[in-house]
Design a protein around this ligand. Sequence first.
Ligand code: PLP
Length: 269
Amino acid sequence: LRRRKDLFACGGNDSRNPAVLRGDGAFEAIRLYRGRPFALDEHLERLGRTCHALRLENPARLLREEVDCLLRAAGAVDCCLRIVLTRAGRRILLLEPLPAPRERPLRVCFVTYEPTHVLDGAKSLSYAANMLATRLAIERGFDEALLTNRDGHVLEAPRESFFWVGADGRLRTPPLNEHILASITRQKLLELLEVEQQVCLRRDALSCSEAFLASTGFEVDPIGAIEDHALAAPGPLTRRARAAFDALVREQTDQDAVDPGRRRITTTT
Ligand SMILES: Cc1ncc(COP(=O)(O)O)c(C=O)c1O
């Protein structure tokens, strides 16, 4: 059995870790720009809120030391720092490749999804439903899912926030009381731009003039079609959002001061 590489563990303590057996744990993904973390404090604060919501111990001080140590060792890399806290009190810190940049505007379709209200405010490890939603969208020939609840409210994508522009030309995003994740990219965009927080119905999404997704990994990601509603992408407000976010990242990660010798962590599979 030891020779079977796909057998994770056999009887050891880690194979009984509730994070492995039940997705019971917390995580964060933080983007490093030439080794400088973007919005690290905000991510660690959200991790603290997740721990509180999940009744999980938050080893905040230890974690900060370990993150600082890993960042020093990593050097000027472009990648994601993933932090995982498990119910059994284990910490996992990973430097992982950035998602491959999307070559063309996303084509998204609706996938019905009911948020687990008891997990409001928590970025828990229980992501099987989110990952399945993406697969269901791909099975239908789209790139990504737009999660909509049973009342037809458009919420977010499985790993990104959703923004759209209505017929009146205003940029909007659904409010947090729709049980969506308190996305850090979303919050930054709310601070940078004029954005209204408003419930989005399917018909709003199907009649919008532009739309984009936003997240740590993909930043501002234009949408080229929602179901059969084609959109010129990136539209003017999407470009404005992207430029404002890029400028914030450059300013907060002090890119001008960093050695231009840039390494990108790549997948080795
Ligand atoms: C469900 C969901 N919504 C939105 C986001 C975007 O959040 P952030 O901007 O903090 O990366 C994520 C990120 O993982 C997510 O999982």
